[in-house]
Write a protein that binds this ligand. Structure first.
Ligand SMILES: [Zn+2]
Length: 383
């Protein structure tokens, strides 16, 4: 049996659970009280962005991240490794300038990079944990070292070795710092290894020896690299996710980072994963791409459970492209089976108009709807 809940000092997380991304400390277009109305119970936020934008020492002096956000439910923080990986490997999408390769790099010591203000910044396993301790996160993450699927075998092997080394240092620092805590936070480690089964196994086995609370699936859970210009995922590596889930004992939390579409989440729950986050519901909402119950939209997506313990359970939903002309005179709510603020207050035609106008109130209502859909979807998968 996989885990049913996670105990944190800001309440229990009922599994399987989905966490919206509060990148930079904000779920785009909505407030945290809107998130509560959409039945969001836990969120994830980005350690490095917060450190760079406002500083974790400021947050600590303020009384912690929960007080600062006005959010009294569980918060998971990432390690910052993914942001640095993106900086090292990809063009800066805002300026379209490539960061100089010799100024963004990693060594055994940690990740060194030029931050948004032009200053050199060194993120180490110890400093990543210290920032998360300053924030007062409920579930922290050891600094990880993602690697591209298309890099050489030697680079992939070296990256996994460094990933383990950093996890070990992060755990040692974390254990020493939380020794005196009455309620210690939880700590997760990220399994890396790109699309290489053998390396994923080595990474998982090495990290399991260190005994973390949470084990994360790191890197891109996709067959091919996503296009950083269009942000289009190409294929979803279900086989690898299934394989890695089986490597982790069931008493541990299994966190599939960055997953995913509702049917992909259902697949992962069937495979044993029980914690998820993605920007898809919030980002898609802003494009009028809405998740609705079956029969309410255009394209039906489904998943039928095949795991021996839950066989023949079918879950399905529809996608509704609200910008389509077919909704121009549609007075119905987005989803007749939904109880969210958007479905109770506006019709499709008006919301379509607001989204085409790029009006923030339209983005807000669509985001609330999609997050409410995800919270109901997770309830469906709990049974
Ligand atoms: Zn709704």
């Amino acid at each position: 049996m996989t885990k049913k809940s996670i105990k944190t000092k800001h309440g229990d997380i009922q599994l399987p659970a989905f966490m919206p991304d509060a990148t930079y400390g904000s779920i785009r277009m909505i407030s945290f009280s809107d998130a509560k109305l959409a039945c969001v119970s836990e969120i994830v936020t980005t350690t490095l962005h917060i450190e760079q934008k406002i500083g974790s020492l400021y947050i600590k002096d303020f009384g912690g991240i929960h007080k600062f956000f006005g959010w009294d439910r569980p918060i998971l923080t990432d390690s910052g490794g993914w942001q640095v990986f993106s900086l090292i490997n990809h063009k800066n999408r805002n300026t379209n300038k490539k960061h100089s390769d010799n100024k963004n790099f990693y060594t055994e010591a940690g990740c060194s990079f030029i931050d948004e203000t032009g200053k050199q910044f060194l993120l180490t396993p110890e400093s990543s944990i210290q920032i998360q301790l300053n924030l007062g996160s409920d579930i922290m993450t050891a600094l990880d070292n993602p690697i591209s699927n298309d890099s050489s075998l030697k680079l992939r092997r070296d990256a996994v070795k460094i990933n383990t080394l950093w996890a070990k240092r992060a755990k040692k620092y974390f254990d020493k710092e939380v020794e005196k805590f009455p309620d210690r936070p939880l700590l997760g480690a990220v399994i890396q290894g790109a699309n290489d089964f053998e390396l994923r196994k080595i990474s998982a086995c090495d990290l399991l020896e260190l005994d973390f609370d949470v084990y994360n699936y790191g890197g891109m859970p996709l067959h091919s690299p996503i296009s950083w210009l269009t942000e289009s995922p190409i294929g979803f590596n279900r086989e690898m996710l299934h394989y890695v889930a089986d490597l982790i004992p069931n008493e541990k939390v299994k966190y599939a980072m960055g997953v995913g579409q509702p049917d992909d989440i259902a697949y992962c729950v069937d495979a044993g994963w029980n914690l998820f986050d993605t920007v898809l519901p919030t980002r898609n909402a802003r494009h009028g791409y809405l998740y609705v119950s079956e029969g309410q939209g255009e394209d039906t997506k489904e998943y039928s459970f095949i795991n021996k313990k839950i066989i023949n359970k079918r879950v399905a939903y529809d996608v509704l492209h609200l910008k389509s002309k077919r909704y121009e005179f549609d007075e119905k709510p987005i989803d007749e089976n939904c109880d969210c603020e958007a479905c109770k207050t506006v019709g499709r035609a008006y919301l379509r108009y607001l989204i085409r106008l790029k009006d923030p109130s339209g983005f807000r209502l669509a985001t609330i709807h999609n997050l409410r859909f995800y919270s109901k979807w997770m309830e469906l998968l709990k049974r």
